[in-house]
Design a protein around this ligand. Structure first.
Ligand SMILES: Cc1cc2nc3c(=O)[nH]c(=O)nc-3n(C[C@H](O)[C@H](O)[C@H](O)COP(=O)(O)OP(=O)(O)OC[C@H]3O[C@@H](n4cnc5c(N)ncnc54)[C@H](O)[C@@H]3O)c2cc1C
Length: 275
């Protein structure tokens, strides 16, 4: 939709061009959410895509994704064959159910900044131990684990005038075995529960729960737990009020599916480990 309160769109070419922040400013990434509803308080847009950040960088230490990397660019990315977590990327991209138009502009950073429970980039980043790099207006930067960045629906840890610059996923996380499970109320519906299990070579198991809960939840176990222990820990880690309630699923259904999908993930990793 047209945003008729916008007076200026700024297109900085580098960090030095970023404007002094004013009340009424907003970062513009893909604009898929920004232009989807009225933004009565917004006067200026700062278009981050004009900064020209390389969308992704593969290095021995891990994978860096610019906040402006689009879902389509991430989906097309070929990762090294020894990063056995790579098959997780495609299903996470496809969990954002938009047309090719949305896919070609919606960004990884925009998805994280929105903090929506069904944010599949949040799920991917949380499961792969991502760290966020944040640009502060004084020219410094700070780093935050993604679990501390996404705080709840439309809530993140950015302070006024801060910009999410990138995400870094370490090689150790990319070398884990992974199992992905997702469910929605209808075949093309938004995720009602999206869970990712990872198992590292030392046998450490981690379970990331998103979409079902208001914010991501991550459980870590020194070894693969048995089914009772997993259910116990999930019930302990996710109180009833943390389950999300919207048109995409009731909290009791989301809780039921979380427990069910978590057991499926556990069983799949146990089967692989014993094969
Ligand atoms: C058809 C359709 C389907 C969708 N499906 C899903 C879905 O399944 N799951 C889901 O989570 N969302 C979904 N969305 C919502 C939204 O489009 C996505 O979350 C998308 O990833 C947002 O990215 P964007 O780049 O378009 O962000 P924008 O719309 O440009 O920005 C979103 C917000 O984040 C801020 N922002 C963006 N980037 C930065 C940055 N680097 N630093 C600081 N602030 C920043 C903006 O100021 C704005 O407040 C959907 C939207 C549509 C239209």
């Amino acid at each position: 939709m047209d945003l008729n309160t916008i007076e200026t769109v700024l297109r900085p070419r580098g960090r030095a061009d970023l404007p002094d922040w004013r009340v009424g400013d907003a970062c513009l990434a893909g604009g898929t959410w920004l232009f989807s509803e009225p933004q009565p308080g917004t006067r200026r847009l700062v278009d981050l895509t004009s900064l020209g950040w390389p969308p992704h960088t593969i290095a021995a230490e891990g994978l860096t994704l610019a906040a402006t990397c689009t879902i389509a660019q991430l989906d097309r990315l070929e990762l090294p064959s020894d990063w056995i977590a790579a098959p997780l990327v495609g299903p996470c991209c496809r969990a954002l159910l938009g047309s090719f138009k949305i896919w070609n502009v919606a960004t990884v950073g925009g998805n994280l900044c929105m903090g929506l429970p069904a944010g599949p980039m949040t799920a991917l980043a949380a499961a792969l131990d991502a760290t966020c790099t944040i640009w502060a207006p004084d020219g410094s930067e700070r780093h935050l684990p993604v679990m501390n960045f996404v705080l709840g629906p439309q809530r993140n840890a950015l302070r006024p005038a801060e910009i999410l610059r990138s995400l870094f996923m370490p090689t150790a996380a990319l070398a884990r075995r992974t199992v992905f499970r997702r469910i929605s109320l209808s075949p093309n519906g938004r995720s009602g529960a999206l869970l990712i299990g990872t198992l590292d070579p030392a046998g450490t198991f981690a379970l990331t729960v998103t979409a079902a809960t208001r914010r991501p939840v991550r459980l870590a176990f020194i070894t693969l737990p048995d089914r009772d222990a997993l259910a116990r820990e999930l019930n302990h880690a996710i109180p009833a009020e943390l389950y999300y309630d919207d048109v995409h699923g009731r909290p009791d259904w989301r809780r039921h599916m979380t427990l069910h999908l978590a057991q499926e993930i556990r069983d799949a990793l146990a089967d692989e480990a014993s094969a």
